[in-house]
Design a protein around this ligand. Structure first.
Ligand code: PHE
Length: 455
């Protein structure tokens, strides 16, 4: 019953470049241009970036390699992977089940923010959100998010758009789309970065981005930084297991993960360089938080020559980044439904999309109809974000490390990461295994317990 109708020749990524584009497309997203600048601005600039980097090296990257490796070995979705690799104990597949749950919760708020980004492309093009006065841009943003009809409309539009690409398949949909879009994204980002560096506030912006202030770093901030590390690399919830299952057998997994991590970091830093000099030049506060993107950016750009063009470009960039990421999140439940129950990709996507629209609307409406509906003091939007980044993904990552380091074991890891002896990378594997067995689980465990004030 494992694979109800034996899945025929499995759809997968076709070229080495395609693998990188799709995996990087998953990592790069709203995390780089919305979360990273907002959290950096709120939590003390460079100090936060350093903690984020350390969490990436000690936890995020090892989990990413582990996930890609497991997926490629099992050639299965996030849930089935654990059944295939450890048939004696069904409980390990709970990691995959938690991943499917996380996928829905992340998409619930992610598709909403993406909806704002898509809406802003049109609003920027028509000029309706451009004003040098932050009061005007913030009123425009408030108007959008407080309008239940527009919020739900843009979210559903995004779900249909992403679903349509997913239906086309792994190679023809995901790989092709990301391969085309990723270079465009880099190009736009570099252009905006260069433009921003020519502003008079550039030095101040860079100073903020690169000079650490550790006084703001508390246990909760460290947890936020680690949560960002997981969110950024799309790990701890099955996306990288699912994508790993589409990897070719000759792909060098540790090197691919390292490259993607470095490229993703470059995009985040470039986004910081694009945003902070502009913020300081025009007298905004870096602590604006999540609204930084929607309130500050239009105001900042409207004051620069050719700003109206750059602001449209900026939101196009956001839409591209968000699309690659959403494809990879949605692929988690779709791959599971497709493989486990043998339903077509179309049906699997339709079912996922409908359920998502239902859950997502509770996030979309959390600035209007459901503004007063709170759990643990958070709106549904904030709750889904907090639950996934600060709890589900790190816990998922922790169990993946335990599975790989303590259950699956060194011998199998060596076989899988050396492509069964075809790669001469035993030193790299030794470092990885040490990280995944000891360093990552301890780091994740301690940060979780401290961040949630349990110790
Ligand atoms: N990495 C993506 C981003 O930064 C978000 C993401 C999370 C994608 C989890 C896949 C899985 O926007």
């Amino acid at each position: 019953m494992e694979t109800a109708k034996a899945v025929k020749a499995r759809d997968s990524f076709t070229t080495g470049l395609g693998v990188i584009a799709a995996t990087l497309g998953s990592a790069v997203g709203l995390g780089n241009i919305w979360k990273f600048p907002a959290l950096t601005g709120l939590n003390g600039g460079a100090a936060f970036i350093i903690v984020y980097l350390l969490s990436t090296l000690m936890a995020g990257l090892p989990v990413m390699i582990a996930e890609l490796m497991l997926g490629r070995r099992s050639k299965s979705d996030a849930l089935t992977t654990f059944r295939v690799l450890h048939p004696k104990r069904e409980t390990w597949s709970l990691i995959g089940a938690a991943g499917v749950l996380s996928a829905f919760l992340i998409l619930a708020f992610y598709t909403e923010v993406a909806g704002w980004v898509f809406a802003y492309i049109f609003k920027a093009a028509s000029g309706s959100i451009l004003s040098a006065d932050p009061k005007v841009t913030s009123a425009a943003f408030e108007k959008l998010i407080a309008d239940p009809v527009q919020s739900v409309f843009w979210q559903c539009a995004v779900i249909v758009f992403v679903g349509a690409i997913i239906v086309m398949g792994v190679a023809k949909g995901i790989e092709k789309t990301t391969k085309r879009l990723m270079p465009v994204l880099f190009l736009i980002l570099v252009m905006i970065g260069v433009r921003s560096l020519m502003l008079p506030g550039a030095a101040q912006g860079l100073d903020f981005l690169f000079r650490p202030d550790f006084s703001k770093v508390t246990g909760a901030v460290v947890l936020t930084a680690m949560g960002l590390a997981f969110f950024k690399l799309s790990v701890g919830m099955g996306t990288m297991i699912t994508y790993g299952s589409y990897f070719r057998d000759d792909q060098n997994v540790p090197m691919t993960a390292l490259r993607v991590m470095l490229a993703d970091l470059t995009v985040s830093i470039l986004a910081g360089i694009a945003i902070f000099p502009a913020v300081f030049t025009f007298g905004f506060k870096p602590e604006a938080g999540p609204s930084l993107l929607f309130i500050t950016i239009p105001a900042v750009f409207s004051q620069m020559p050719f700003g109206n063009v750059f602001v449209v470009l900026f939101f196009v960039l956001g839409a591209i980044a968000a699309t690659g990421a959403m494809l990879s999140i949605m692929e988690v439940p779709v791959a599971y439904l497709h493989q486990r129950f043998g339903v077509s990709r179309f049906k699997a996507t339709a079912a996922t999309g409908i359920l998502l629209a239902l859950i997502g609307s509770t996030a979309a409406l959390s600035n209007s109809v459901l503004a007063n509906f709170k759990l643990f003091g958070m709106t549904m939007f904030d709750l889904y974000d907090f639950l996934t980044s600060n709890l589900l993904m790190p816990v998922g990552g922790l169990f993946i490390c335990i599975f790989v380091g303590w259950v699956w074991g060194e011998q199998k890891v060596r076989g899988a990461l050396s492509n069964d002896g075809r790669l001469q990378n035993s030193a790299v594997i030794s470092i990885f295994f040490f990280l995944v067995k000891y360093v990552a689980p301890i780091t994740i465990g301690v940060i979780l317990l401290r961040g949630l004030k349990i110790i």
